[in-house]
Design a protein around this ligand. Structure first.
Ligand SMILES: [Fe+2]
Ligand SMILES: [Fe+2]
Length: 335
């Protein structure tokens, strides 16, 4: 079952049952205000069908909605319907990256286009799921790491957006979450002995580990449709450091590091420290010795590296997350 959004001021009621009858969840609106409100609050849609002209007073309202949908996620496929498929409109929608543009007068194409778009979304989701299984099965110790990092990342991204509501620095929550779920896919070729070695790594082993962000980018860009995907670049950068000191693979710093990567870096560290892994044992023991709650201990660790390893503004967003929300993820069963 797919999730479909329809926004059309005149034909929504007529269109809705066509897709519901196929077993999809369809949410429809005949106006921009309600549509925009729901786009930001709900799980992203698989396909959005949007009428460009939402009445005489809002002839290009559909474009605004398409932008909102795209802001929410890169994965939603957007189909614009119009009775005026002229070049002016097509140019305007190019930046949004549409699945397609349907002329209302040739309306019979719509069902076919929606089916095709849904198939494409399904294949993409399937690729993600199988990659996730592959990451976890490569290393039983890191089982659940990618999932938890994705969940912590989502919380930080939401707080980041609250802080940056009006300055144009908002992040696409679904994109950063998706990248977080894939961030360690490049470890797939690394021997688990090396991944979990509790003692100091040799230079050769260190080099093997350090290549994983580059490998991740290479693997994901092999997938058709992902080559140009903007959410992939931050994966390459998830081990870069704010002051560039010791960051890899490119040792770039500050704003040169994509904000999504700066957010994932914090989520990644939080999970690494709070997980019972050979290399985090010391930290967990230290927390116990100091008589500190593991979450408090880890928050202090991250705070102490703010401005060096981590972007201070991203750390501030992280610090706004209620501790109990972090704990819920930390205590998830599949560890
Ligand atoms: Fe990593
Ligand atoms: Fe990681």
């Amino acid at each position: 079952m797919a999730k479909i959004l329809i926004v059309d001021d005149e034909h929504m009621e007529k269109m809705k049952p066509k897709f519901e009858d196929k077993g999809h969840e369809v949410i429809g609106f005949d106006n921009k205000k309600e549509a925009i409100n729901i786009i930001q609050k709900t799980v992203p849609f698989d396909v959005a069908i949007i009428d460009m002209n939402l009445g005489d007073l809002d002839k290009e309202g559909g474009l605004e909605i398409a932008n909102e949908v795209r802001e929410r996620s890169s994965l939603t496929e957007i189909i614009i319907i119009t009775a005026y498929a002229d070049y002016k409109n097509i140019y305007k929608t190019m930046e949004v990256r549409l699945w397609g543009y349907i002329d209302r007068n040739l309306d019979h194409n719509l069902n076919l286009e929606v089916d095709k778009a849904l198939k494409y979304v399904e294949v993409q989701k399937g690729v993600f799921e199988s990659l996730k299984v592959a990451i976890d099965s490569n290393d039983p110790y890191t089982h659940g790491h990618s999932k938890r990092v994705a969940e912590y990342t989502e919380l930080i991204a939401i707080e980041w957006n609250k802080i940056n509501k009006t300055n144009g620095k908002k992040v696409k929550v679904e994109d950063v979450k998706m990248a977080a779920g894939m961030h360690d896919i490049g470890k797939i070729g690394i021997n688990t002995f090396v991944l979990n070695k509790p003692t100091k790594l040799t230079n050769a082993e260190m080099a093997m580990i350090r290549i994983h962000p580059v490998e991740a980018e290479r693997i994901l860009k092999e997938i058709p449709g992902f080559r140009e995907a903007e959410w992939i670049e931050p994966i390459r950068q998830h081990h870069e450091k704010w002051d560039a000191e010791g960051g890899y693979p490119d040792a770039i710093k500050k704003d040169k590091i994509h904000i999504n990567a700066r957010i994932i870096a914090i989520a990644d560290s939080f999970d690494a420290i709070t997980s019972d892994r050979p290399y985090s044992r010391n930290k967990i023991d230290n927390a116990k010795k100091e008589g500190k709650d593991l979450i408090d201990f880890t928050i202090d660790e991250i705070k102490s590296c703010s401005g060096r390893q981590y972007d201070p503004n991203a750390v501030n967003a992280f610090l706004n997350i209620p501790k109990e929300d972090l704990r819920k993820i930390m205590e998830e069963k599949d560890r």
